[in-house]
Design a protein around this ligand. Structure first.
Ligand code: ADP
Length: 190
């Protein structure tokens, strides 16, 4: 099964993706984690992405589309994958449609974690204070505001995009973590 987890920064996509990975043997593919690894390793992609990410803006579509296109072919994705942080705009969603078609793969569900903006800032401040090795470069008030603006302007339109295709499943991301996991498992079994 191949799915997308959709939701604003701080919605809990990473936590839930790991739980689905453990429960279902699908592979979590977090473009944010992959880009942060590239930044830490100082690769050409990382050098390109570093400042853009710190500002809370999106790295160029061709960078993330290329990463995902390569990654979903790997053997550890044979049992399915969980896209976490990708696609983030309509152009990326269209590129995903094309690459899946070319590779003979399909998308089984898009799970939207619904969380009000008012809750997100508090969650991210908490994460910033708990992250081992110090907070992420973009877990500060200014970059978060930018990430939320980008989410509403560019990523939220994907809700309509996938709703029109009939693949959207909505989950209440404001419930406690275990309850969110239960809701996700339920919509995936439908
Ligand atoms: P969050 O969901 O908390 O905002 P992520 O770890 O998913 O965090 O992403 C962090 C940053 O990585 C984004 O703000 C952006 O700069 C970059 N990034 C991640 N995924 C993408 C993507 N699909 N397209 C463009 N940029 C991305």
């Amino acid at each position: 099964m191949n799915i997308i987890l959709l939701g604003p920064p701080g919605a809990g996509k990473g936590t839930q993706a790991q739980r689905i990975e453990d429960a279902k043997g699908m592979k979590q593919l977090s473009t944010g984690d992959m880009l942060r690894a590239a930044v830490a390793a100082g690769t050409p992609v990382g050098l390109k992405a570093k400042e853009i990410m710190a500002r809370g803006e999106l790295v160029p579509d061709e960078v993330v589309v290329g990463i995902i296109s390569d990654r979903i072919e790997d053997a550890d994705c044979a049992n399915g994958f969980i896209l976490d942080g990708f696609p983030r705009n309509v152009a990326q969603a269209e590129a995903l449609d094309v690459m899946l078609k070319e590779k003979g793969k399909q998308l089984d569900a898009v799970v939207q974690l619904e969380v009000d903006d008012a809750i997100l800032l508090g969650r991210i401040e908490k994460r910033a204070s708990e992250t081992a090795g110090g907070p992420r470069a973009d877990d500060n008030a200014e970059a978060l505001k930018k990430r939320l603006d980008v989410y509403h302007a560019q990523t939220a339109p994907l809700i309509d995009y996938y709703s029109a295709k009939g693949s959207l499943r909505i989950v209440n991301g404001m419930a406690d973590m275990d309850d969110v996991t239960r809701q996700i498992m339920e919509v995936l079994e439908r």
